[in-house]
Design a protein around this ligand. Structure first.
Ligand SMILES: Cc1cc2nc3c(=O)[nH]c(=O)nc-3n(C[C@H](O)[C@H](O)[C@H](O)COP(=O)(O)OP(=O)(O)OC[C@H]3O[C@@H](n4cnc5c(N)ncnc54)[C@H](O)[C@@H]3O)c2cc1C
Length: 418
């Protein structure tokens, strides 16, 4: 069964991109046309660097064209912890990721249904509230436009009765992710990037002081530097460590039929987007055609039919206390790391990769792409420490087993939380 996403059903046409059929040389080769690769390529070209971007399918084929489109600043670590872990520059960078994305969209006039209506992190249990309050207070102390919402304010802000409290972050918002991927690709092309679609890289080897990427039929690209932006969709043949650096968890999404005027007036007014504070929580928003979208953790095996989505359909019914008709179901892979932290890696001189966005990569991948470009073209230090190797997870082949056990454990803890 094929699952067409709401994004694919409502996106503007993909840019018309050639396939690479002849070998060439470039200064920087970017492998992967998601937000990370597209943003790196775009910003490098704007700084005057010669860039080629190769994408296996078409831009936005991976997580970037399938996600919930929630543009959320910050990393999973709270600001105080981040200050201690990586220093205030990392915290400042993390707090500005949504701003970076929205300014790129505004500066280049990218049409991607961008709405900056804020993000709410919602607590449904008493145990969630102290952590959420502390997170909000830490951002507030750094001047961020955030506010606490009690249960009554949560009901007004979300239209949902189930929440006891939460915090609102006005830096955040939403976009149509596939339109953004297409728009970034067009902007990168206009800035001078040579983008090739349907051009999977099958191997990457050292060539003198640079790199040689192999494609089918003997086609090669030689480059002084390479950004491996294939993230969770990396095939083992391209880079075995990057392919094993994260647990590739499935995130499932559903979209309802267009909402009635009554539901639209009450649910998620002002375009706000919501994530639950539970360990295995859902996230939701209103999307194209006024449909309600909800996403959440799915099985490690890919769903075979609509029945595979029954768990998140039950969550939708529980949260909104209504029977909505589901008209779209789709899924994609999210790269999880055991400590929920992103990995920036430079395993060899001139080879960069980032992975482990832990389901928060929309704003982060765009902002990291800009940081990679500044690092490669100008030498600006990266805002997050870079590792000298790509750390593969031990026993990666067993990830469906330990990943499923972990999810069951966290679901149990969510259930037992008072
Ligand atoms: C269902 C879902 C919902 C999500 N919701 C949110 C959300 O609401 N908010 C949020 O912040 N984050 C969310 N995320 C996470 C976010 O989408 C990702 O972190 C982000 O898009 C990662 O971008 P990327 O460019 O690094 O990777 P990708 O978008 O996965 O791009 C990698 C690209 O590399 C290409 N590629 C792979 N191998 C090769 C090769 N050999 N040669 C050439 N190209 C190759 C792939 O085809 C792919 O297009 C979600 C993810 C999923 C799957």
């Amino acid at each position: 069964m094929s699952f067409q996403s709401l994004w694919a059903a409502t996106a503007n046409p993909a840019p018309d991109l050639p396939q690479l059929t002849e070998s060439l040389r470039t200064d920087v080769l970017v492998i992967g046309g998601g937000f990370q690769g597209l943003s790196t390529a775009l910003h490098l070209a704007e700084l005057g660097t010669q860039v080629v971007l190769l994408e296996s399918e078409t831009p936005g084929f991976g997580a970037s064209g399938r996600n919930g489109g929630q543009v959320i600043p910050g990393l999973k670590d709270d600001p105080d912890a981040l200050d201690r872990l990586w220093g205030p520059r990392a915290t400042e960078f993390a707090g500005a990721t949504a701003e970076t994305l929205f300014s790129v969209v505004a500066r280049l006039g990218i049409e991607c249904d961008a709405v900056r209506g804020g993000w709410i992190q919602a607590g449904s249990k008493a145990t969630h509230l102290p952590g959420l309050q502390s997170r909000m207070a830490q951002w507030q102390a750094r001047g961020a436009p955030v506010a606490w919402l009690d249960a009554a304010a949560m009901e007004t802000a979300t239209g949902v009765r189930a929440f006891r409290g939460g915090w609102h972050d006005a830096r955040a918002g939403k976009i149509h992710p596939l339109k953004l991927a297409h728009g970034l690709a067009r902007a990168a092309q206009a800035a001078g990037v040579q983008i090739y679609a349907r051009s999977p890289v099958t191997g990457l080897t050292r060539a003198g002081s640079g790199w040689r990427a192999q494609l089918a039929h003997g086609v090669q690209v030689e480059a002084a530097r390479v950004v491996l932006a294939s993230n969770v969709y990396t095939p083992p043949g391209l880079d075995r460590n990057l392919a094993r650096a994260t647990v590739p968890a499935n995130s499932f999404q559903i979209a309802t039929a267009p909402l009635s005027p009554e539901h639209l007036a009450r649910l998620l007014p002002g375009g706000v987007v919501v994530s639950e504070a539970r360990r295995v929580g859902t996230y939701f928003r209103i999307g194209p055609e006024n449909r309600l979208l909800l996403g959440g953790r799915g099985s490690f095996s890919d769903p075979q039919d609509a029945a595979g989505f029954s768990r998140i359909e039950a969550e939708l019914k529980r949260i909104f206390n209504a029977d909505f008709k589901i008209e779209h179901r789709w899924f994609g892979r999210v790269g999880m790391t055991p400590d929920h932290r992103v990995r920036l890696c430079e395993p060899a001189p001139g080879l960069l990769a980032a992975t482990g966005f832990n389901g928060r990569g929309v704003a982060l991948a765009v902002a990291l792409g800009k940081a990679f470009a500044d690092y490669l073209a100008v030498g600006t230090p990266l805002p997050i420490p870079i590792r000298p190797s790509i750390p593969a997870l031990p026993f990666h082949a067993l990830h469906p087993l330990y990943g499923s056990l972990g999810i069951h454990y966290y679901r149990l803890r969510d259930h037992l939380d008072p």
